[in-house]
Design a protein around this ligand. Structure first.
Ligand SMILES: C[S@@+](CC[C@H](N)C(=O)[O-])C[C@H]1O[C@@H](n2cnc3c(N)ncnc32)[C@H](O)[C@@H]1O
Length: 203
């Protein structure tokens, strides 16, 4: 879970990831490696707005506020929403919303442009909350579909857990949905650092 106690923790995690990559070993990426993925997708597409489903304590929302003009982040659990709001209070370009991502997405998707969406809103044990499903990614991808022109990058976190955690769809189901909603003639699909990634092709 993304809740560092000091700046050394994410830096140490990133260095461990670099070593694992150099040794060509499988590894579960730490938070800065995942942040690097978000930055890569931004650089590839020119995304200017980031939407995050699942704010948790607001660590990623705050970090990506330095990479994007605007960040919209949704958290379903009220106590976590309050913690995220406190953490992001100084970042004027961060809009935190309390609610179910699957219910708020239609409104958000309709008003954003050049958006990257980071789908990370699922039950993760402990103090985390959940909506109608433990992992609503298939529903969320359908909701993006209605405003697809407003999106240029989609990241689904925690590749390794699909088909493993109770109530989560299989990896193949997520990939099939991604290819259905984001057609390969216009989108490039991949898996990088424990995340499904899709970026819109440049013409
Ligand atoms: C893995 S954590 C998110 C971590 C966060 N993105 C970060 O990088 O710091 C998942 C979060 O999603 C929230 N969540 C679960 N279901 C949700 C839903 N339907 N809508 C919004 N948030 C949800 C949980 O309460 C939890 O805080």
């Amino acid at each position: 879970m993304n809740d560092p106690k000091s700046i050394l923790e994410p830096i140490g995690g990133y260095l461990l990831d670099v070593v694992a990559k150099l040794r060509n070993r499988p590894f579960v990426p730490h938070s800065l490696t995942k942040l690097h993925n978000i930055k890569t997708c931004r650089d590839l597409t020119g995304a200017t707005t980031a939407i995050e489903i699942g704010s948790y304590k607001g660590v990623t929302a705050k970090r990506i506020s330095y990479l994007f003009e605007k960040v919209v982040s949704v958290e379903i659990d009220e106590a976590l929403y309050r913690q995220a709001s406190k953490r992001c209070a100084g970042r004027k370009n961060v809009e935190l919303l309390l609610g179910d991502g699957a219910k708020l997405l239609p409104e958000i998707a309709a008003r954003v442009r050049m958006a990257l969406i980071f789908l990370d809103g699922h039950f993760s044990g402990g103090i985390t909350g959940q909506g109608d499903e433990p992992e609503p990614v298939l529903k969320e991808l359908d909701l993006i579909h209605n405003n697809l022109d407003h999106f240029c990058a989609v990241i689904v976190d925690d590749f390794r857990l699909f088909g493993v955690e109770a109530g989560w769809p299989a990896k193949a189901q997520v990939m099939a949905k991604l290819e259905d909603v984001l057609p390969t003639r216009e989108w490039v699909h991949g898996v990088l650092n424990d995340q499904f990634i899709a970026v819109r092709k440049k013409h």
